[in-house]
Design a protein around this ligand. Structure first.
Ligand SMILES: [Fe+2]
Length: 166
């Protein structure tokens, strides 16, 4: 029998493609291959694209640090730098949501908070000398970021651009 609720639960083609791309990039990250920013990741807003590029550069920096066999302490420092910059980036997005009245602001911002909590948790584990999860951290960050860009960030793209954000 047709069940509209079940139907809603099915991911759309766009969602499936986004998740596939995110998984593919996360696999690359796991193999310590550099992640490159591509136009497919562009939300069409210069300031945000620029910040996303920096976040990807942080992932590559972490990847290099792991490849060089750096200590958990160093990995923690890279992650702290990334965490700090992530906060700046999230605040930037959230300010734009507020100024322009983006309807999904609360839900979107909540995904930001959840990610910040996750990064803090990883940082604490590195700080306690546990470098064993370095690869998993990198994979998680890559998958989260690309999925977030392709699904959540793309969702506000045309709205903000229509409100004059470029
Ligand atoms: Fe976001």
């Amino acid at each position: 029998m047709y069940d509209p609720n079940l139907d809603n639960a099915q991911p759309s083609t766009r969602e499936r493609n986004a998740m596939q791309t995110a998984r593919m990039l996360a696999d690359r990250a796991e193999q310590r291959l550099p992640i490159e920013w591509s136009p497919a990741l562009s939300v069409g807003i210069e300031s945000i694209d620029g910040q996303h590029r920096v976040l990807i550069a942080y992932i590559n920096q972490l990847s290099n640090a792991i490849a060089r066999g750096q200590s958990a302490g160093v990995l923690g420092q890279v992650l702290a730098g990334r965490g700090g910059y992530t906060k700046i980036h999230f605040r930037h997005e959230e300010r734009l949501f507020q100024i322009h009245g983006w309807h999904d602001s609360i839900e979107h911002s909540e995904t930001h908070r959840a990610f910040e909590r996750q990064i803090r948790d990883f940082q604490q584990r590195f700080a306690s000398g546990d470098a064993s999860l370095a690869n998993a951290v990198m994979k998680f960050m890559t998958q989260w970021l690309t999925e977030h860009i392709l699904l959540d960030d793309m969702a506000y793209s045309s709205f903000l651009r229509e409100h004059g954000v470029h």
